[in-house]
Design a protein around this ligand. Structure first.
Ligand code: ASP
Length: 587
């Protein structure tokens, strides 16, 4: 039977007691973590989010009886005195490990069913069970730590942006479709049958309007909603640290964002090197085959096109003749790979979309190459040009330059893992710049924005906006950490004429543009300052700094990759009456 808390007040948290408290009285409130029943003597650890404290029960029959009823996850109040533990029972792993509380009273405030998994022990529990009982999962020390870190990062960011003169301003959740290129979540407007609000994919238009409204520097820890496929680093709703600045230039945005990330890293006791490295998008694609290069290790992709221009190996020669190339990278100490290991590499390259993968290495007598037609001479030249030594293996793929690099880029990541080339505790931050403004959408025969339609073209490329849009580079930037995109942004278009031209290139008629963004186009005409900004993914930052590989580990109530909240069983059907009120018919 549960007892009452009454007016009992806690004197210490479960992580607070130290040797200096020995001899003092203490009231601790929390959960029973682990019980060790030794007959006439019983120990248990009491837990709250601050830590664990050992409680001893001895020499009082009634108390022992109550304690024997207490099971893991019962909620209890312990009233007692702080004692020093005997030398042989000191636990150096615990901040409270030098002391224990000898209980004089124990109240069971609430009982608990046996949980479906242990909170105290790290068991191999399926993610499904963890998410169904998320309130128990969240009790586990690791998630308590992650959510605590998330809080500290949020506070550090708020403090930093306040010091930099940013206002935190809220923007609407029920709004109009925004143009980040994903599918919208729609909310029926009951009082306007047939009309819908959209949940924001980002506060993009509002933050630009806040610049027009003269707020100079805006930040918001903003929830964003995008109805797209879920992955380890994606959720339907996620949190961005969204910011915008008037009179911004890329170097100013870089400086502010680097400061914000430094403030985050300070929370885990890591100092980061600033300024961050900068790399044009084109270089990232060619050298790393990715727009989010992991720079913690080498394996850089090199171009061997000119070497194979007249190669007797038809596949390479023809690739170069047709505007493609041959690219590859050196895998250090991989000359010793067995037949099975090299076959595995070839398979991986094929899975990544390669027609094939050629490898070559020095042998005791000469050079071995997997495509005989290349010949020893050709292979040796490539090994020399690559700077390979006799312990190394050179892998080569051909095709359109970006395609070859992207395949090798995927292989590069797999090889780094296989060969343990990713050093622990290394943080490689980098800015990617000079993205193209548009991508050609072959299906719909029009241009798509690489970022979003408000991104400004580089001034030196403005003249090509209509004549050669594919060549125009954007004043856009992404910030990358260890192969994850932490965020991205741009300097914005701030004149109506350029904005209208961009909409036309994207295939939006003047009328469509007016319908969707008319209010915004109009606002541009009332004295819009040059401005720019960026959004950082808070979930991703938090996951990386917590050492997690999935953002679900740092989101209190995430959805599964099937887009389901297993705890509250959302989404779910609704009462037909609700649908009628909303003028919605199930079809
Ligand atoms: N709104 C952009 C995004 O969500 C970020 C930005 O351009 O500031 O990706």
């Amino acid at each position: 039977m549960a007892e009452q808390l009454g007016s009992l007040a806690r004197t210490h948290t479960c992580g607070a007691l130290r040797p200096a408290d020995v001899g003092r009285g203490a009231v601790l409130l929390g959960w029973v973590h682990r019980v060790r029943d030794m007959g006439s003597l019983l120990f248990f650890d009491i837990r709250d989010r601050h830590g664990l404290t050992q409680v001893v029960i001895e020499g009082n029959e009634a108390l022992l009886e109550t304690a024997k009823r207490a099971r893991s996850e019962f909620v209890v109040a312990v009233i007692g005195e702080v004692e020093r533990r005997s030398d042989d029972t000191i636990n150096k792993e615990l901040p409270t490990g030098e002391v224990e509380v000898r209980a004089s009273e124990l109240r069971i405030l609430n009982e608990a069913k046996t949980p479906p998994f242990s909170i105290a022990e790290d068991q191999n529990v399926s993610e499904e069970t963890r998410l169904k009982y998320r309130y128990l999962d969240l009790r586990r020390p690791q998630l308590q730590h992650n959510i605590g870190l998330r809080h500290r990062l949020t506070m550090a960011l708020r403090k930093y942006f306040d010091e930099q003169g940013f206002y935190e301003i809220e923007t609407p959740i029920l709004t109009k479709s925004t143009p980040e290129g994903a599918r919208d979540f729609l909310v029926p407007a009951r009082v306007h049958p047939g009309e819908f609000y959209a949940l924001p994919q980002s506060p993009q238009i509002f933050k630009q309007i806040l610049m027009i409204a003269g707020f100079d520097r805006y930040v918001q820890i903003a929830r964003c909603f995008r109805d797209e496929a879920l992955r380890a680093d994606r959720q339907l709703e996620f949190t961005q640290v969204d910011l915008e600045m008037s009179f911004a230039t890329p170097p100013l945005v870089f400086e502010i964002v680097e400061g914000a990330l430094a403030a985050c890293f300070r929370e885990i006791g890591v100092g980061i090197r600033r300024p961050f490295r900068r790399m044009p998008y084109a270089e990232a694609i060619s050298k790393y085959g990715s727009d989010k290069p992991d720079l913690r290790f080498g394996l850089e992709i090199q171009d061997f096109g000119p070497l194979f221009k007249a190669s007797p190996f038809g596949i390479f020669r023809e690739a170069v003749e047709h505007g493609g190339t041959v690219r590859g990278f050196v895998i250090p100490n991989a000359a010793k790979y067995s037949r099975r290991e090299v076959d595995e590499l070839v398979d991986l390259a094929k899975q990544a979309g390669a027609g094939g993968l050629i490898y070559t290495r020095y042998t005791g007598e000469g050079v071995q190459v997997s495509a005989k037609a290349i010949g020893e001479e050709g292979a040796r030249k490539a090994l020399e040009a690559a700077g390979a030594n006799k312990e190394d293996l050179l892998v080569l793929a051909s095709g359109a330059p970006d395609h070859a690099s992207k395949i090798l880029g995927q292989l590069r990541l797999l090889v780094a893992k296989k060969e343990n080339l990713v050093p622990a505790g290394k943080w490689e931050l980098c800015w990617l710049t000079d993205f193209p403004l548009f991508n050609w959408n072959a299906d719909e025969k029009r241009w798509d924005s690489v970022n979003h339609p408000f991104t400004a073209p580089r001034e030196e490329d403005l003249h090509m906006l209509e004549s050669d849009p594919g060549k125009v580079l954007a004043k856009a930037y992404d910030v990358i950490l260890n192969g994850w995109e932490l965020g991205g942004g741009s300097i914005r278009i701030h004149d109506r004429e350029t904005q209208a031209k961009v909409f036309r290139l994207l295939g939006l008629s003047d009328e469509d543009a007016r319908n969707r963004f008319g209010f915004f186009l109009e606002s541009l005409e009332y004295g819009t300052p040059p401005h720019g900004g960026l959004a950082l993914g808070l979930d991703r930052i938090c996951a990386l700094l917590a050492g997690e590989t999935s953002i679900r580990e740092v989101i209190p109530f995430p959805k599964t990759t099937q887009a389901v909240d297993l705890m509250c069983n959302a989404p779910s059907t609704v009462d037909p009456k609700q649908l009628r009120e909303l003028s919605i018919k199930n079809i």
